[in-house]
Design a binder for this molecule. Structure first.
Ligand SMILES: [Zn+2]
Length: 161
């Protein structure tokens, strides 16, 4: 049931403004902590023109905050004209559909890291009553774990570990 590496690569196509029609390949990166719910995806965007004048960075990292639906490092990116133009275009063109898609990528990657981390080594903070002997659901500790579902006599069942 282990997932293979989910696709973390795609392409941004800017549709409006001075960058209209430009495509930026990107790589999506999330933190690898299976218990962390930071709702954060880094989009590492590769630029087409490394020899640009004035000099442009080869890649620009957009820190996408899924909860606030904003680019959290947009102020830092404003220091470079190329980074600023890309960040502003992405901010302007990211609507419901784009944020939903980013959230799917986030879940897939977090699920991947949940299945590929050494869970014995993960720092977990349990609710206090667990230490007194109460049980806690697996999904309460590892929220991105794959859902265990099966069908029995035409009924759908979901397991909680
Ligand atoms: Zn995190």
């Amino acid at each position: 049931m282990l997932s293979t590496t989910p696709s973390n690569q795609g392409e941004l196509l800017i549709q409006q403004g001075e960058l209209a029609g430009r495509r930026y390949p990107y790589e999506a990166i999330v933190c690898q902590n299976p218990t962390c719910r930071c709702e954060h995806v880094t989009l590492k965007c590769f630029l087409e023109t490394p020899e640009a004048r004035p000099p442009a960075p080869v890649s620009v990292c957009l820190e996408m905050d899924l909860e606030r639906r904003e680019i959290s490092n947009i102020e830092e990116l404003k220091a470079n004209p190329t980074a600023r133009a890309l960040a502003q275009a992405v901010a302007a063109e990211s609507g419901q559909e784009q944020w939903d898609q980013l959230r799917r990528i986030y879940w897939e990657l977090k699920q991947y890291w949940t299945e590929h981390s050494d869970l014995e080594q993960v720092e977990v903070s349990f609710p206090p009553d667990v230490l007194a002997g109460a049980m806690v659901g697996y999904y309460g500790v590892f929220p991105f774990a794959r859902r265990l579902e099966f069908t029995h006599e035409q009924e759908s069942w979901v397991l909680d570990d």
